[in-house]
Design a protein around this ligand. Structure first.
Ligand code: FAD
Ligand code: AMP
Length: 472
């Protein structure tokens, strides 16, 4: 039986990053992952790399370029006649991006002396991990001083809309439509529904998004959510709030969808239907019968604040445990756990996990929303600054959106930053850094920002907290 200091189960951004860090720290490390690519070969990188973050962003970029041909470039004096979209080429490019990154993860593991095993890992007693190889490849058992579970998540399925992989699909199917659906229905106006809806809308689909809740993007700052809803609706996304899907039946030509809103039962015909109603921890076949791994109420693996589970020497991270289901949160926990195993101090600052939604304009935030501060009775000051007051935004033709900085009224510590606008995914990093150093809005306001850049909106919003924005 091979012996390791650490065996990681799961090769997504939680697991592979944990394994790399373990390797860097000189721990004898193995990683077990079961994902196979379309070619039947191991495809490291988990949900994020194979059917999540990376392919969705590749398609968002492709579709954004296509959309810009008609909607942005003419204003720059550029007209392109006879432009067309080759969906097969777009998907092939996306697949190539994914495969390049799959190889990159494998190379990083090798560089850090991590042994990768392809197959299903199961935690047994005494922290042994059995690896069932694919097909009839047999089983082998690894002995581990420590185990890190990073088994990730899978899409939530709802009985009223059973996924058939053809007419009714989940995120993986919606990243691989062979042609642009004329009419696309999406259940769920969450991050995934909005991003995938944007892709196909830009390519020409009529997109109808059915969302059970009355509130749009309930976790986001209300002002940001309100502006984003208006903007996405203007772009042609038909977002129906308070619309709970009660049935979906796939036929030869399309899907008959039933839903209910305040006015009563409604019906809708679409060519394809995407079920994007959230994700749940993936723990099937993960532990042997004699292992008492405690789960929380939400079906996730129960962990303490340094990701220790109820089993001694076993940690769990990422989508399989509490907290937002985001790749960078999983990776951060992976690093922290590796350092804890190596005897180092652990620091996971869950307070400052940034959120990003890659629509156009993008939506990004970190920290508290205004409604959370109000509910908590916190005394705060807010400063906002619109993109339309930025020279760089005008130059780029991207003037929609704003930045909002929220700071404690007494200490001036930044409590939250909310951005709706182009490049929000990049701009939010400055806010995260500022909050990590517990900066005041004054600190940000006194920091020189290059001109002309979109980051000036962050600077000006910080100045606005004290009522001294310069360009508005
Ligand atoms: P996963 O990435 O799910 O990886 C788990 C891995 O473990 C998988 O390879 C799985 O096969 C393997 N595994 C599980 N159990 C076993 C077992 N018993 N034995 C062997 N292997 C096992 N997040 C962002 O931060 N930014 C984004 O832009 C973003 N976009 C997304 C877009 C979509 C369409 C989707 C679906 C998700 C997106 N996410 C995004 C979320 C992100 O993908 C997840 O938060 C992230 O992948 C979680 O990482 P993880 O390592 O915990 O798990
Ligand atoms: P997220 O968890 O961010 O991916 O978002 C999933 C969304 O799907 C949530 O906002 C849910 O309210 C929504 N949802 C779940 N079930 C249904 C349903 N049957 N009909 C419409 N929306 C749903």
């Amino acid at each position: 039986m091979k012996r390791y200091d650490v065996v990681v189960i799961g090769g997504g951004p939680g697991g592979y990053v944990a394994a790399i860090r373990c390797g860097q720290l000189g721990l004898a490390t193995a990683l077990v992952d079961e994902w196979l690519g379309a070619d039947g070969k191991p495809a490291l990188g988990g949900t994020c790399l194979n059917v999540g973050c990376i392919p969705s962003k590749a398609l968002l970029d492709s579709s954004h370029h296509y959309h810009n041909l008609a909607h942005l470039l003419p204003a720059h004096g550029i007209t392109v006649e006879g432009a067309s979209m080759d969906v097969a080429a777009m998907l092939a490019r996306k697949d190539k991006v994914v495969q390049t990154m799959n190889r990159g993860v494998a190379a990083l593991l090798k560089k850090n002396k991590v042994n990768a095993y392809s197959g299903h890992g199961r935690l047994e007693t005494d922290n042994r991990v059995s690896v069932a190889r694919h097909g009839n490849g047999g089983e082998e058992t690894l002995a581990a001083k420590n185990v890190v579970i990073a088994s990730g998540s899978v899409p939530v399925s709802i009985p009223v809309a059973p996924v058939d992989g053809d007419r009714i699909v989940d995120n993986a199917g919606a990243l691989a439509f062979q042609k642009v659906p004329a009419r696309l229905g999406i259940i769920g106006a969450g991050v995934i529904g909005l991003e995938l809806g944007s892709v196909w809308k830009r390519l020409g689909s009529e997109v109808i998004i059915l969302e059970a809740l009355d509130d749009f993007l309930a976790a986001a700052d209300r002002q940001i959510a309100g502006d984003a809803l208006k903007s996405l609706t203007k772009q042609g996304l038909d977002i129906r709030l308070g619309a709970r899907v009660t049935g979906a039946k796939a036929g030869k030509k399309g899907v008959a969808v039933k839903y209910e809103d305040k006015a009563g039962p409604k019906a809708l015909e679409v060519d394809r239907l995407v079920v994007a109603v959230g994700r749940r921890a993936y723990t099937e076949g993960l532990v042997g019968a004699d292992v008492a791994l405690a789960m929380d109420n939400g079906g996730r693996i129960q962990v303490d604040d340094v990701c220790r589970t109820s089993v001694d020497g076993v940690y769990a991270i990422g989508d399989a445990v509490k907290g937002p289901m985001l790749a960078h949160k999983a990776s951060e926990e992976g690093v922290a756990v590796a350092e804890h195993i190596a005897g180092g101090a652990v620091h996971i600052d869950h307070r400052i996990v940034p959120w990003v939604i890659y629509t156009h304009p993008e939506i990004a935030w970190v920290g508290e929303t205004e409604q959370q501060l109000k509910e908590a009775g916190s005394d705060y000051r807010a400063g906002s600054f619109p993109y339309r007051a930025l020279g760089r935004a005008h130059g780029a033709g991207d003037v929609e959106g704003f930045v909002k900085v929220l700071a404690d009224a007494k200490s001036d510590e930044i409590l939250g930053v909310h951005i709706f606008g182009a490049q929000a995914s990049e701009l939010i990093a400055e806010a995260v850094t500022a909050m990590a150093f517990r900066s005041s809005s004054e600190d940000l306001a006194r920091t020189i920002h290059a001109h002309p850049t979109l980051s000036e909106a962050v600077h000006e919003a910080a100045l606005a907290v004290d009522g001294r924005a310069l360009h508005i």
